[in-house]
Design a protein around this ligand. Structure first.
Ligand SMILES: Nc1ncnc2c1ncn2[C@@H]1O[C@H](COP(=O)(O)OP(=O)(O)O)[C@@H](O)[C@H]1O
Ligand SMILES: [Mg+2]
Length: 235
C-alpha cells in the first residue's frame, strides 16, 4: 500500500504569555492508505493537534507533512481548500446535525461540491438508516445521529475520514455499532480511517495503532488480524 501521509520532524508549540506548550514533539510517521489507523492516548497527549495538522486546519511550528507527494505546508490557501474539499471527511464526538432537516437532507449536505460522490441511497443503506431517512434528528438515538454524521462525511467519497472520539458520547453497544459502520465503510470503499480516541478497546480493530503521550509517539503497533468492531471488549 502507498503512503498517504508522511510526517518529518513535526513540532507544534503553543505559546502563551509566559509559557510554551509542546503539543507535538518531533513526530516522525508514515501512514498507509486504505488502513484503519487508531491514534490512542490520554487527554492532552496531542491527538487533536495531530488531526488538525494532517487536515490542514493548522500548521506545524516546525517540520513537514506530506499528503502523497504534496507538502501541505506549501499549499496556497486555495489549494488547501481544494485539498480538504476533495479528499477529507470529518466526524466528531458531537454530531453537528441540522435540526430542521431530515436524515436524508442532512446527508445530502455532504454532497456539496463533491467531485466523485457515492450513491446517497447506497450510503444510507451501508450505515443502516434506510428506515429512518425521513425522520428528524430529535427522533433519533445518539448512535443513529452519529451514523447520519458518518454518512454525511462519507457521501462525497473522501480519501480520508478523520474521526475525533467518534464514540465518545455513546454507550458500549451503540459505540460498537458505530465502529462497525466505520469498519464496513473501510472495507467497501477503501477509505483511509484515522480514528482518534482515549479508549484503548478500539485499538484491536485497527491495522495500525499509534500510541501517544505528552506530544510524542510512544509506540506504533501493527495488528496482523483486525477484530470485528462488534467483538471489541470495552475496557
Ligand atoms: N489552541 C491551543 N492553544 C494552546 N494550547 C493548546 C491549544 N490546543 C491544544 N493545546 C494544548 O496542547 C496539548 C495537546 O492538546 P490536544 O491535541 O487537544 O490533545 P488531545 O486531543 O490528545 O486531548 C494540550 O496540552 C493542550 O492544552
Ligand atoms: Mg482531543
Amino acid at each position: 500500500m502507498k503512503e498517504i501521509y508522511k510526517l518529518k520532524n513535526v513540532y507544534k508549540i503553543y505559546k502563551n504569555f509566559s509559557s510554551e506548550n509542546m503539543a507535538l514533539d518531533d513526530i516522525n510517521l508514515e501512514l498507509k492508505e486504505g488502513q484503519i489507523i487508531v491514534i490512542l492516548g490520554p487527554s492532552g497527549s496531542g491527538k487533536s493537534t495531530m488531526l488538525n495538522l494532517l487536515s490542514g486546519i493548522d500548521v506545524p511550528t516546525k517540520g513537514t507533512i506530506n499528503f502523497y507527494d504534496k507538502e501541505i505546508g506549501q499549499l496556497t490557501d486555495e489549494e488547501l481548500i481544494t485539498y480538504r474539499k476533495e479528499n477529507l471527511g470529518f466526524i466528531f464526538q458531537s454530531y453537528n446535525l441540522i435540526s430542521n432537516l431530515t436524515v436524508k437532507e442532512n446527508i445530502e449536505l455532504g454532497l456539496n461540491l463533491a467531485l466523485n460522490p457515492l450513491d446517497i441511497n447506497q450510503v444510507i443503506e451501508t450505515v443502516g438508516l434506510k428506515a429512518h431517512e425521513n425522520k428528524y434528528p430529535y427522533q433519533l438515538s445518539g448512535g443513529q445521529m452519529q451514523r447520519v454524521a458518518i454518512a454525511r462525511a462519507l457521501v462525497k467519497n473522501p480519501k480520508v475520514l478523520f474521526c475525533d472520539e467518534p464514540t465518545g458520547a455513546l454507550d458500549e453497544k451503540t459505540g460498537k455499532n458505530v465502529l462497525a459502520s466505520l469498519q464496513e465503510i473501510n472495507q467497501k470503499y477503501k477509505t483511509t480511517m484515522i480514528i482518534v480516541t482515549h479508549n484503548p478497546s478500539i485499538a484491536d480493530m485497527a491495522n495500525t495503532v499509534i500510541k501517544m503521550n505528552s506530544g510524542k509517539i510512544k509506540e506504533i503497533k501493527t495488528n496482523k488480524k483486525q477484530k470485528d468492531a462488534i467483538e471489541l471488549r470495552w475496557a
